[in-house]
Design a protein around this ligand. Structure first.
Ligand code: HSE
Length: 364
């Protein structure tokens, strides 16, 4: 497997993917072809061999000549191009960050540190569509899949604190614009209450930048992510349980539910988990299971200094580790565990599983 097409490499997830692939020398031995949905013919990125002209991302004949396609272009592109390619008889591998194909019967959701056995079985059985999970789901599983491995989890309630990056690049910019407006409202000598009045007035005003979020995120929060499902969940909340089940493909369906909330973090998603265990597992065994599950999970002692230094979005931002802390048994009972986890939404939450899937398929 050598000829790999890249679509959507210039967007936010795509750019992070390109950076990671270059940092890890992933392009060596591959013949990448870069595509554009709007700028075919212009110069593509230079990954060390000089820039090649961009190909047309809607040209089915060119796409069908590839061994694999990696796309971060988004769901609309997938919905248009993937069916045409398959209808044309293309049997290459489709690796996708978008959610459109995630729950299709013949696709797999990829998170190899967690479900490598599922992925290997899928490849053997001829699966061709490998789709990255929802970021919140990936980050939760990267943090606590040691508990799932031991079959200790009866159910989970996840309360999320999701960054602006999950909503998109424009939203990240708008968050900072909102912060800028608020910062400029501050005049020396004002009391806290006077300042609050001024700032709240700005946030409620018609001139406050809120085209993307529809309301203030800076100085506030938004307890709604994605569209409404029939049962009152948001789709983001629905994904928690359903994608987890598809990733793990375990025999038991583990109930997972909670509230997904957008907060003013830039690119790290955090989650407060309440985990009902099916036994009174000693905390030391729990810690060992969590830390032993993968090389990226980093256990943070349940202490203030360590929490401030290692368990905040800013301490994890741009890095590959997943911090898990505030771990303790709850006063509700010995089978109730709580913890807090933070991971970079663009790395393990989006780009990292894609580049690793490509390497698995390339036999590296
Ligand atoms: N849906 C997620 C969010 C990001 O809005 O934060 C993509 O997985």
């Amino acid at each position: 497997m050598k000829n790999i097409g890249f679509i959507g490499w210039r967007g936010m997830v795509g750019s992070v993917l390109m950076d990671r692939m270059q940092a890890e020398n992933d392009f060596s031995g591959l013949s990448p072809v870069f595509f554009s949905t709007s700028q075919a013919g212009q110069a593509g990125p230079d990954i060390g061999v000089g820039p090649q002209p961009l190909q047309d991302a809607f040209d089915i004949a060119i796409l069908a000549g590839l061994d694999a396609i990696v796309t971060c272009q988004g769901g609309d592109y997938t919905r248009v191009v993937h069916p045409q390619l398959r209808a044309a008889g293309w049997e290459g591998y489709w690796i996708d960050a978008a959610s459109s194909l995630r729950m299709e019967e013949d696709s797999l959701i990829i998170l190899d540190p967690v479900n490598r056995a599922v992925i290997d079985r899928g490849i053997e059985n001829g699966v061709k569509d490998f789709i990255g999970a929802n970021c919140t789901v990936s980050l939760m599983l990267m943090g606590v899949h040691g508990l799932f491995n031991n079959n200790w989890v009866e159910w989970i309630s996840s309360m999320t604190y999701q960054s602006a990056s999950g909503a998109g690049a424009e939203n990240m910019i708008e968050l900072i614009q909102q912060m800028g407006v608020l910062g400029r409202s501050c005049t020396p000598g004002q009391s806290a209450l006077e300042l609050e009045q001024v700032v709240s007035g700005k946030m409620r005003g018609t001139e406050f930048p809120q085209e993307q979020f529809g309301t203030a995120l800076a100085g506030s929060l938004i307890p709604w992510i994605d569209r409404c499902m029939d049962n009152g969940q948001t789709r983001e909340e629905w994904k928690g349980e359903n994608e987890t089940h598809k990733i793990l493909q375990g025999e038991r369906f583990i109930p997972i539910d909670g509230q997904c909330v957008r907060v003013g973090a830039m690119r790290c998603h955090s989650q407060a988990l309440t985990i009902k265990l099916n036994a009174d597992v000693p905390l030391a065994d729990i810690e060992a299971a969590i830390t032993g599950a993968n090389e990226w999970v980093q256990l943070v002692p349940n202490e203030k200094a360590a929490t401030l230094a290692q368990l905040t979005p800013i301490s994890v931002s741009g890095q590959l580790h997943i911090s898990v802390g505030r771990l303790r048994k709850m006063t509700i009972g010995p089978e109730y565990l709580t913890c807090f986890t933070v991971g970079d939404q663009l790395l393990w939450g989006a780009a990292e599983p894609l580049r690793r899937m490509l390497l698995i398929l390339a036999g590296r």
